[in-house]
Design a protein around this ligand. Sequence first.
Ligand SMILES: [Fe+2]
Ligand SMILES: [Fe+2]
Length: 375
Amino acid sequence: MTIKNITKDAMYDAVAPDDFESMLELDRYNNRSSAFDKIISATHDHFWDPLDKTYIDFDEPFDIENEPLVPEDLIAALQTDYVSNHLSDPKERTRFINTMVLHSFSSILHGEQGALNLSASLCHVLKDQGAQEYAANQTREEARHVTAFAKYIRTRWGRPLECGPVLKDLLVEIIGAPEVYKKIIGMQMLVEGLAMGAFATFFNNIRDPLGKKLLQLVMTDEAFHHKFGKIWADRTVPKLDPEEHAIIEDWAAHCFQTLLFNLVSPTQQYDLYASFGLDPEKVIAAFQEVMTDDKRRENMRESANIFRVLVKTLLNAGIITDRTRAFYGMYVDMDELKNEGERMVGDDIAEDGIRYLQAINFKDRAGAPVSIAAE
Ligand SMILES: [Fe+2]
Ligand SMILES: [Fe+2]
């Protein structure tokens, strides 16, 4: 089987997932790329441990039965008259809001598990030792995210919800894919970009201080993962021939559409609506109505913002051309995006988090400059 890796830079050179023998080539050991060294060594600055109360205390209480975790305008279904009128009892309304948050946090947990396995799979295919060390380090960081989100969900709700089929299929596809570009675009650029957007939204709105701390600690790691995707794109996209560019652009659009569908499609939450005595078909019909109402659509802008992050990532990376511009234009204003800088949503939150961690990790070095440097 020939794997079309579309490698443009030696540090992304790759072998088949089962070709360990190539790792034993002697010349390989002296050719380690240093492009990721800053990200790798920064891991000590933002080290944290979900099992150590110095960093985060999962015993911190929250009255989940009586207090909604997020404001109502973040819950799309509650913007519809049908769902809003049906859930008139305040306690049931709170339970609905908090169950929708559980749904999001469960998707995040499954995404974190996907990121763990995906970065481990990069260790098997990437040939460069520096790139491998980066991937191994990301694997370690994703592992603490799985621990932390699983613990948060257990503490607040007891048990996560099932992974939706759309997200599951995408994760299975990118983890199993032998091609490096499929893995990096799918995970580091898109799933991680989406995660940064979702984490920032939850961080700014969640009322549970424990949840807020958890999101910030995870973001201190994620900001770097997203940068790994950017380094790949910077070194790969400008050197693509038109045929290769089309392959990468189509793959990115496929992943984007999958993630969009996963996040906004109410059909994936059928059982959840039914468990609140709602008729799922009526919820879906009510959603269609909201989408055509300007004022209410405006209320949902914050969740739509999450997709801006993804499109911005692809646009800045030079992946989007006129072939797919109109496709993304259906969701975001492309001209508006072009005029924004390169700074990513969530970078500020991550930098504050790194300062918090530096103060714990290096008491004598507190106050050292903070930067999410990519290279
Ligand atoms: Fe993660
Ligand atoms: Fe990540």
